[in-house]
Design a protein around this ligand. Structure first.
Ligand SMILES: [Fe+2]
Ligand SMILES: [Fe+2]
Length: 205
């Protein structure tokens, strides 16, 4: 793997709740395998759309929830199509890829009783958005591939906005001390999962 250094003088955009910074090893791994990253990214977008729809259907009667999650799901599908187009223009079909343990380990942290289940679901979705935003901002600055830099420049602000949507869903329904203390716990757990680099290049390896 090529040595790569992140220029500390050029701070990467990062949502303050993330406990850790992405490592140079992750960035080097991602840059060396652009097609695999694009494929994994396409899967992340379709999963983000699916999980927004799942939450919307689970809490359909909750006032104001479908109003934000339905457009979010549509936007994630638009992102999915953008990535798919780039893959197609490079002669690549979307293949199934083994997922890193990130999503399933986070999902295990969702408590089974309501209303904790709802709170945890919002916060974990938000943290995944926050991490995607941080990693896209790294790729937007450091990828040697111009098309990928442009793609991530276009997408990263939406992912930050998506974090805000989940944050507001939580804040409007739960006591704010409860939200921040649970978010701190989950953010620490999220950072622990990423402290060991998954051997295959993935958005959340
Ligand atoms: Fe997205
Ligand atoms: Fe998103």
């Amino acid at each position: 793997m090529k040595k790569l250094s992140i220029d500390q003088a050029q701070p990467i955009k990062k949502i303050k709740w993330l406990v850790s910074d992405t490592s140079e090893e992750w960035l080097a791994q991602a840059i060396e395998s652009p097609i695999e990253i694009l494929m994994d990214h396409a899967h992340c977008e379709r999963k983000a759309a699916g999980s927004a729809m799942q939450l919307m259907f689970r809490y359909l009667a909750d006032p104001g929830l479908a109003d934000v999650l339905s457009p979010l799901a549509r936007e994630e599908l638009e992102h999915f199509e953008m990535v798919l187009q780039i893959l197609q223009s490079r002669g690549k079909a979307l293949l199934p890829l083994a997922a890193p343990p990130y999503g399933s380990l986070l999902a295990k942290k969702v408590r089974s009783q309501e209303p904790q289940r709802m709170l945890d679901s919002f916060l974990i979705s938000g943290l995944i958005e926050a991490r995607s935003h941080e990693r896209m901002s790294l790729l937007a600055s450091y990828s040697p591939d111009r098309e990928m830099r442009n793609l991530y420049r276009k997408l990263l602000e939406s992912e930050a906005r998506h974090f805000g949507i989940f944050w507001k869903l939580a804040e409007n329904r739960f006591n704010s001390d409860m939200v921040t203390s649970r978010l701190n716990e989950l953010a620490q757990f999220e950072a622990n999962i990423l402290s060991e680099l998954y051997p295959k290049p993935r958005m959340h390896s």
